[in-house]
Design a protein. Sequence first.
Length: 173
Amino acid sequence: MHYTFPITRNENPKPKPDPKDIGFARYFTDHMFFMNYDEGQGWHDGRIIPYGPLSLDPAATTLHYAQEAFEGLKAYKNPEGKVNLFRPDMNAARMRRTCERMCIPEIDEDLFVSAVEELVKIDQDWIPEGAGTSLYIRPFIISPELNLAPVAPKSFWFIIILAPATPYHSKVS
């Protein structure tokens, strides 16, 4: 199943970084994916919005108990200019297993892949084309819930951000 999401375009797109100076995930694209979870309602209101800061209270459970799940995958352009993702279904399965272990509500694997695909499609012009470069994709789940007690949160955010990247490790001569 493929999901679609409402899109709010960034009205002030950022200039792209110099391809010779992108490094590993230091610059971020114009959009991000955001979805809410509330106990009793489940995951809801997935959307693509302009990239921006999160408003997180200092008492958010994710800051005190490190209950978080994240993945990392990449998008590339092939020699014909087509965008390719490397096995996003495997990242979706791993995220689901991580959520299960961390007592975080699981993300449907098709929803995960659809969110990644839709976001990459919106910001595909950020994919660098140099050898060894990619668009790094960071899906993550945190809880904004305010509670210092060690109890399972009832609300979460599923967020995906993108960043052009060179290889994480530089070549050793």
